[in-house]
Every structure is written in structure tokens, then in C-alpha cells.
Design a protein around this ligand. Structure first.
Ligand code: FUB
Length: 511
């Protein structure tokens, strides 16, 4: 549970984890990624909506909230919980929280979303506001930004140009744009019809048109626009070609067009999702392409999952085609286990849920026997770790946390009994000795056992403790409870000879 999200990269000499990195979130279904890097923030943030697997509602989208994820290494992603629930917008209809994008102006983060209204099939574009990138966000206007009664008003993308002018593009089957006033909440009505301009979907601009659901020409605009700029080139990327969708792009030398069709960025591929939705971002010197798939466990067209690939621009600004892969991208740096890490910072997870928000606290819950979590590329250094400190809460009988090195079959570093704490919100910090000391760079696999069908415990954060280099405790003779002692290599000792051992992260000298 954290108020401030600071994660430090411990090393840039990263050993790459051998496992697949896509999808980037596997404990819930995340769609329509909108990646952003904000001035003054170290992390890359991805804004998305959540496909919810609701019994009885499995043949269409049911989406009740928008979520935020962040990373500093591209392989471990911190879930910031429900940063913007549908209920933050009193006008928004249940289950209709579709694509979104967040931008920063001054010290404020504006998160543009779309949702229907009760008894109205059309979507409307609204905006949430927060002073932190991870929220929580509140409705900034208490109503949609505009109502032209036109339909198709989905998938907002917002871009602030170098001169400070903000542009909002959006639309399904039609593409429209507006200029936003500097307050980011109102349209500049000096252009178009009440501030809204419809972009002609010509063959030159988008490769072709769609007539009676058939593409006439090489390609056509469908939905999900993403407006961006690199150097002097403006880019409009979008889902194209009808359903199933691929991602295409057009370029211009102005954010208002005219646009020139350039081709497909990601062709229609076997990802298990009939929609696709993209966003691009430059982070720590690399360009990344985000999209969505049906790749998470139980995934599909209405249970989508975000993925990321590295992308490359040619010298003339055109984009090299991107292939969807399970492998994904390489880690930018290692994770430091000797700093507090949120339990909801994950490389992969199965069965668990992440709840809360940044003001109430975010934590891992819904932990049952058989569930598991993984963090990638953790650097224990040459000294290794001797113990782990956990913040847990348990209302029932608790359970066991099993920590393994590398993967689900790796060597067991610790088998820890988590006792009941007296309530699911009664948090306790406890330190446990490891039975083996991990050294060097490894993925870490956490799994859970306990009573079947019982929620075992909630988990807030973890931190490994190094094998210490300073003698902090001196014992004159062998301690009575010798079984708590470990050698400097992390091996348990039952009959200590004279020498130096580790207990609770401290050196013990047995004389
Ligand atoms: O997520 C609902 C809709 O599916 C989005 O608004 C579209 O872009 C498509 O991905």
C-alpha cells in the first residue's frame, strides 16, 4: 500500500528473464493502452480500461473502470488500482467505460475517457482530473465535454503541441478533432461546427474508405486514433480495415492535417482479439508500441490484455512494421529487492486481484491456495539475501507463502507461515529468515498454499534483507534455538560450531 510510487532501478547490467513478457498484465484484463511519459516523472505510465469477466455478460464489453500501470524497467508493472471508477462520473452508464488517454498540463493530469449515458446507446467524451499520475481521478466537468448528438464519439486521444495548443481527436467510423482551450475542459469554438472538425476519410489520407462494411481501396480508418509527434512529423495511428482490426498510420506536417496514408504498423495477427488499439511512447531512449491482445489466461475479444513491442522509425520518419510477440521487450534494468517493493508490482500473476487506489492504498488480495505471482530480473548481488520482511493482513487462518528462485519449479528460498493477524485490514510487518540465500539476478516466483476456498491473506509489500556485512550481535555461546541460524551462504545450521552465522538479517558470532 503506498502513497508515493518510487521504484529505483538497481542496475542497468540486466540479465534478461527467459519468460514471455506479453501480456504485460495477467491478473486482470486490460484493454486500449495509452502509454505516457510525463515531465518530472521517472516512470512510464500506461492508462487503460478493464474488460471485466462478468458471468452472463460474455458477448460484449462490460467495463466499469479505468486502471493505471507504471514501470521503470519495462518488465515489472505496478498496478495503481482503480484510479478512475465509472462512478466518478455521475452521468456515465454502467459497464461502458471504453478507451481513454491521460495528458499533463501544468501540475494537473487530465484523463480523457468515454462512456454512454443511461438510456442512451451513444458514447460521450468526458475528462477526469488529478494532481498525481496514478490518481485517484475525479470528474473535472460533471458532464461530457460536448454533445453534438452524433454518435461514434469514442476513443479520445489528446496531444499538446510544442506551442501549447492541445488537440483532441476521436471517433469510430468517423474521425473528428477539436482544439482544447488551455483549461483542457472546453472546446475552442473558433473552428469547425461549435469547435468540432470532421476529417475527410479520403483514400490519400487513410488508404481507402469503408462502404457497406467493405473496404474500398488499400485500407480505411476504423477507430482508436493516437495523435503524436516526432521531430517535425505528426503521426495519426489508428485501428483500421474494419473488424478484425489492424493498426495503420498516416503522417502530416500539421496536427490538423491534411494526412497522408503511410501503411500498416501492425498487420492483423493471431493475437486472439478482433480489435486492436495502439499508443506509442519514447522512454529512456527507446520507442515502444503498445497494443492489446487476447493473450491472458481465459482471454479473448472481450477479455483483452495489453502488450508492448519495441518499434523503430526510418530516417524519413516512416514507421517500421511491428510484429506481435509473446516475448515482448527486454528489461531496461534490474529490480532492487533490498528496497521496499509493492506486492502489486508484478511481472505476471495468476488468480490474485489488486484492489484500492492511491489515496486509500493499493494491495494484493483474493489470494487463494494455488495462486501465484512473479517478479522479474531481481538483482540480489553477490552477498545475497538472508531474510524477507512482509506486510500482510489475514482475517482467517492465514496460509503459506512459498518463495522460489527463477520459476515455479525453482529451488525453494523460503516456506513462510503467514499467521492470522486479526482482520483483513489489520496489517503486520514481520521478518522471516530464508532457508536458502538467493544471489545474482533471478526471477522470483511466489506461490500460496493453505485451506482450499479460504482467502489466505492480503499482501501490501515485501523487502528482502541482505546478508549483513557488519556484526551487529555477538553471542557468547551457541544460542539455544540454533535452528534459526544460517551460514553466510544461507544454508540452515542445526549444530553451530564457533563462527559467524546469520539470524534475522544480522550476524551472530558464536564463541
Ligand atoms: O474497448 C472498447 C472499444 O474497443 C474501444 O473503445 C475501441 O477502440 C475498441 O478497442
Amino acid at each position: 500500500m503506498k502513497k508515493l510510487s518510487i521504484l529505483i532501478c538497481s542496475s542497468c547490467l540486466a540479465l534478461q528473464p527467459s519468460v514471455a513478457q506479453n501480456p504485460i498484465v495477467s491478473h486482470c484484463y486490460t484493454a486500449d493502452p495509452a502509454p505516457m511519459v510525463f515531465e518530472g516523472e521517472d516512470s512510464l505510465y500506461v492508462y487503460c480500461d478493464e474488460d471485466m469477466n462478468v458471468p452472463g455478460v460474455n458477448d460484449f464489453y462490460y467495463m466499469e473502470r479505468w486502471r493505471v500501470y507504471s514501470t521503470i524497467d519495462m518488465v515489472n508493472w505496478t498496478d495503481h488500482g482503480v484510479a478512475m471508477p465509472r462512478t466518478a462520473f455521475t452521468w456515465a452508464r454502467e459497464g461502458t467505460c471504453w478507451a481513454s488517454q491521460c495528458v499533463k498540463r501544468g501540475d494537473t493530469y487530465y484523463w480523457y475517457m468515454c462512456a454512454s449515458k443511461p438510456n442512451d446507446w451513444r458514447h460521450y467524451i468526458g475528462v477526469g482530473k488529478s494532481n498525481k499520475p496514478s490518481g485517484p481521478f475525479k470528474d473535472a466537468r460533471k458532464q461530457p465535454i460536448f454533445d453534438m448528438g452524433q454518435g461514434g464519439d469514442i476513443d479520445p486521444t489528446v496531444f499538446i503541441d510544442d506551442d501549447g495548443q492541445a488537440y483532441l481527436y476521436w471517433g469510430n467510423n468517423k474521425l473528428r478533432y477539436a482544439k482544447l482551450k488551455t483549461n483542457m475542459l472546453l472546446l475552442d469554438t473558433s473552428i469547425g461546427e461549435k469547435g468540432i472538425v470532421e476529417v475527410p476519410l479520403t483514400r490519400e489520407a487513410f488508404g481507402g474508405v469503408k462502404v457497406d462494411d467493405k473496404v474500398r481501396g488499400a485500407d480505411c480508418y476504423e477507430e482508436g486514433p493516437w495523435l503524436d509527434k516526432r521531430g517535425d512529423h505528426y503521426y495519426l495511428m489508428y485501428a483500421a480495415g474494419g473488424v478484425p482490426e489492424h493498426i495503420s498510420y498516416s503522417m502530416s506536417d500539421s496536427p490538423e492535417g491534411p494526412w497522408t496514408y503511410k501503411g500498416q504498423v501492425m498487420t492483423q495477427q493471431n493475437t486472439g482479439s478482433f480489435t486492436n488499439h495502439s499508443g506509442i511512447v519514447n522512454y529512456k531512449g527507446k520507442d515502444y508500441f503498445f497494443y492489446h491482445t487476447g493473450w491472458a489466461h481465459g482471454g479473448g475479444g472481450f477479455n483483452r490484455s495489453m502488450a508492448v513491442e519495441e518499434m523503430h522509425f526510418n530516417a524519413d520518419g516512416t514507421i517500421q512494421p511491428v510484429t506481435a510477440t509473446r516475448k515482448g521487450v527486454k528489461a531496461l534494468c534490474t529490480m532492487n529487492p533490498y528496497e521496499r517493493q509493492q506486492a502489486e508490482t508484478l511481472n505476471a500473476a495468476y488468480g490474485i486481484s489488486v484492489v484500492g487506489n492511491e489515496s486509500k492504498g493499493v494491495y494484493v488480495t483474493g489470494i487463494h491456495a494455488g495462486d501465484s505471482m512473479r517478479v522479474a530480473n531481481v538483482d540480489f548481488g553477490v552477498g545475497g539475501a538472508s531474510s524477507i520482511t512482509l506486510r500482510m493482513a489475514s482475517a482467517q487462518t492465514g496460509g503459506y507463502l512459498i518463495i522460489r528462485q527463477d520459476n515455479a519449479k525453482g529451488r525453494i528460498l523460503g516456506r513462510i507461515k503467514i499467521e492470522e493477524t486479526g482482520g483483513s485490514a489489520v496489517w503486520e510487518e514481520r521478518t522471516f529468515d530464508l532457508s536458502l540465500s538467493p544471489k545474482g539476478i533471478h526471477d522470483i516466483h511466489f506461490s500460496f498454499t493453505g485451506k482450499a476456498d479460504e482467502t489466505l491473506f492480503n499482501w501490501d509489500w515485501w523487502q528482502f534483507n541482505t546478508v549483513p556485512t557488519v556484526i551487529e550481535t555477538i553471542e557468547a555461546s551457541a544460542p539455544s534455538d540454533a535452528s534459526t541460524l544460517f551460514t553466510l551462504q544461507g544454508i540452515p545450521v542445526s549444530h553451530p560450531q564457533h563462527g559467524v552465522y546469520i539470524r534475522n538479517g544480522k550476524k551472530v558470532l558464536v564463541k
